[in-house]
Design a protein around this ligand. Structure first.
Ligand code: FMN
Length: 197
């Protein structure tokens, strides 16, 4: 299974939560809101933005022999040719400086039955090395740790970095991608039940 097929698994909208969509529409009243119009609109922005469909992935990196990984949901394909994906990472994440230094990353695609893996990849401080405990890990072409039991992975070399707001956007050109399980549905925020942000 090659890069194009794997990229198709980066989450696509599949179901609309109609109740949520209706309550969001009622809340905003369908009116145009602007970013400088105060707290009520800040709430409306947030309430509306969390309805964007997102998958949940494990972003992994190897920086000169040091490995780390973290859950991410702000991920998108941004180019077919060449294939490029983007991940948004807050500068406070330990992973952030590792990405800048390593210049590469992997996006591991979790299956829907792997939701229980998400909390361990949030471990901080001295617990951080426990993130990979007991998991089968392979090294990708970039060195990034790949979860062998995941649905698949996308490996990237960073070609552009942009910081338009409070997260840094890392744009990565796909250098390898593979599906371990082409039939697996990929974990989404809808299914996980918790949203980022
Ligand atoms: C479902 C979910 C999605 C997340 N998405 C992102 C994201 O897209 N970008 C980000 O910077 N943090 C995101 N986070 C928060 C980080 O995963 C979390 O802060 C993590 O502990 C960072 O690990 P690190 O400090 O070892 O890099 C997400 C967390 C969860 C649970």
């Amino acid at each position: 299974m090659y890069a194009y097929e794997v990229l198709k698994m980066v989450h696509q909208p599949h179901e609309v939560n109609e109740t949520a969509a209706r309550s969001g529409a009622a809340h905003t009243g369908g009116n145009m809101v602007t970013s400088d119009s105060g707290n009520e609109n800040t709430f409306q922005f947030r309430d509306t933005l969390i309805r964007l469909h997102n998958g949940i992935y494990i972003l992994s990196v190897d920086d000169d022999g040091e490995r780390n990984a973290m859950p991410v949901s702000w991920v998108s394909q941004v180019s077919f040719d060449p294939p490029i994906v983007m991940v948004a990472v807050h500068p406070s994440r330990y992973t952030h400086h590792m990405l800048e230094s390593a210049g590469s990353f992997a996006i591991n695609l979790l299956r829907r039955d792997q939701a229980e893996l998400v909390p361990r990849f949030k471990l901080k401080g001295e617990d951080r090395p426990k993130k990979f405990e007991g998991l089968k890990i392979a090294a990708g072409v970039t060195g990034a740790p790949l979860l062998e039991d995941a649905a698949g992975y996308i490996e990237c070399e960073i070609v552009k970095v942009y910081d338009p707001g409070d997260h840094t956007l890392f744009f990565g050109r796909v250098v390898d991608a593979r599906l371990n399980d082409p039939d697996a549905a990929v974990l989404s925020v809808d299914q996980y039940g918790k949203s980022y942000g």
